[in-house]
Design a protein around this ligand. Structure first.
Ligand code: XMP
Length: 506
């Protein structure tokens, strides 16, 4: 039926806009409201970041060193979205971050806190209190580093003399249930529930401890996995990682895939260039070796560029050149397209090819998210919205304007001086540090506390948008959406006006 065709109305809207030669961004448009027959809280907000990487909510955290490392990526995936670990790290460091995300739900304690066989129970309890440990299971090691036994809550409870050594109080190795390194969470659960044990030390051939599973954590994993988590087929959180182009980056790419990375993101300020094409071609071999893993490429802002990335083999396309809150690319280089027009044109260029598009940068309010999705994006990438939260790298600072966190452009002088990867993103990899031309700024953003709370607000806005349009899902939004183009007065009217706002928490 004609009226059900996706994008029919936004196509008409943009055809008119195109005739006037205008390019629009988020503040210029609002979605038209429509008849609604369902509750927005029941709407589906599932989507895709790339061909094989689904999302339970269409939010992605930016590959920036003040936004996404393992903690943010874990929080994003647990919320149903995705985090892209930045590349201003060595390949080893970045792969370690990916592993951290992948293992998060595994419940394996990778480096268990151990005690020495000749330590006294009193000293161990003291250390435990001072360090604030909230557990009582300690593998006991000999002086040569081999596991000789295990202390659990029972051993502490039945020990009346604090001078007793660990080796006397512990359950000795011969009575322990252990498993070899590499045992999976599922296998560990089966062993512990079968043997009615609470702790499973993992050991190698020379009886060194290589990890430990705890039954209560495993039980939570087996039965308490939230359906909201964005997990792969092995129940590990999904994660992405940024890479650059060139032979060394192929090595990085393989390390990341080996670590379990679900999607590589070729992260260039300008994605429409030969080295990106060559990188996409070179990565085809790795994609065969690691089936189901994707490569997203960007950034672009013109339809011809998006089409080229699609033809070169990208599994997802990232759109945005200069819309970011910390970007100065448009001022510096005089290039770029306002984000709403860029997203619409790029999405239209690859429509029907099955290649999801991510709208990267420029989102400042939750209302921007339904707009981006309505005009063809499958996800939005955010730096600004997430940089002030507890899971962004770095601590907050107290200032006379309240608590703030640093948020900097990867093209800021500071970031580029510190990191080759940041310089390379702006094609200044070999430029002497005193000749760098910045394409971003260093800033502070208000500290916003819990990232989950911030994400809830963003998703709340998205759901409200779906409700006002009368859509029950993102595909339905794309079928029903139509836009108003705002006058200057209309823009003013769209924000709080003529009042002194006293509650600035939104
Ligand atoms: P927001 O608006 O969420 O944008 O802060 C985040 C996106 O901005 C891009 N980015 C930059 N763009 N100069 C730029 O022109 C920079 O220094 C810079 N650093 C990040 C990037 O795409 C990010 O996801």
């Amino acid at each position: 039926m004609k009226k059900d065709k996706a994008f029919a109305k936004v196509d008409r809207f943009f055809a008119e806009i195109e005739r006037s030669g205008l390019a629009l961004t988020y503040g210029d448009v609002r979605l038209k409201t429509g008849y609604s027959d369902s509750d927005p809280k029941d709407a589906s907000i599932t989507s895709f970041f790339s061909r094989n990487v689904p999302l339970n909510c269409p939010l992605v955290s930016a590959a920036m060193d003040t936004v996404t490392e393992a903690s943010m990526a874990i929080a994003m995936a647990m919320f149903g979205g995705l985090g892209i670990i930045h590349k201003a790290l060595t390949a080893e460091q970045q792969a370690a971050q990916v592993r951290q995300v992948k293992r998060y739900l595994n419940c394996m304690v990778e480096t268990p806190i151990c005690v020495k066989e000749d330590e006294t129970m009193g000293d161990i309890l003291d250390r435990s209190l001072k360090s604030g440990f909230d557990f009582h299971s300690f593998p006991v090691l000999s002086n040569s580093g081999k596991i000789v036994g295990l202390l659990t809550r029972n051993n502490f409870e039945f020990c009346t003399d604090p001078k007793t050594t660990a080796s006397r109080a512990m359950t000795p190795f011969k009575d322990l249930v252990t498993a070899p390194s590499g045992t999976s969470a599922k296998e560990a659960y089966a062993i512990l529930s079968g043997q009615h044990k609470k702790v499973l030390p993992l050991i190698n051939e020379t009886r060194e401890l290589t990890g430990m599973f705890v039954y209560s954590d495993l039980k939570r994993l087996m039965f308490g996995l939230s359906s909201q988590y964005n997990v792969d087929t092995d129940s590990h959180l999904r994660v992405g990682a940024a890479i650059d182009v060139g032979p060394e980056e192929l090595v990085r790419a393989e390390m990341l895939l080996e670590a379990g990375c679900d999607v590589l993101v070729i992260d260039k300020a300008h994605g429409d260039m030969r080295p990106v094409k060559e990188m996409l071609t070179s990565l085809k071999g790795l994609k065969q070796k690691y089936p189901g893993r994707d490569v997203v490429a960007g950034n672009v802002s013109e339809p011809e560029s998006a089409l080229r990335l699609a033809k070169w083999g990208a599994d997802g396309i990232k759109v945005g050149q200069g819309p970011g809150s910390i970007c100065t690319t448009r001022d510096i280089a005089g290039v770029g397209c306002p984000q709403v027009t860029a997203v619409y044109n790029c999405a239209k260029a690859v429509r029907g090819m099955g290649i999801p598009l991510c709208a990267d940068g420029g989102v400042t309010k939750s209302g921007d998210i339904p707009v981006a999705l309505a005009i063809g994006a499958s996800s939005v990438m955010m730096g600004f919205v997430l940089a002030g939260t507890d899971k962004a790298p770095g601590k907050f600072k107290e200032t006379n304007r309240g608590r703030v966190k640093v948020y900097r452009g990867m093209g800021s002088l500071e970031a580029m001086k510190e990191s080759y990867a940041a310089r390379a993103r702006y094609r200044q990899g070999d430029t002497p540090k005193d000749k760098l031309v910045a394409e971003g700024v260093v800033s502070t953003v208000p500290y916003r506390g819990s990232v989950t709370k911030v994400l809830e607000t963003q998703v709340g806005g998205l759901r409200a948008g779906l409700g006002y349009v009368g859509a029950n899902s993102i595909p339905e939004l794309q079928k029903k959406a139509d836009l108003h183009w705002l006058s200057a007065a209309g823009q003013t009217e769209s924000h709080p006006h003529d009042v002194d706002v006293t509650d600035k928490t939104q």
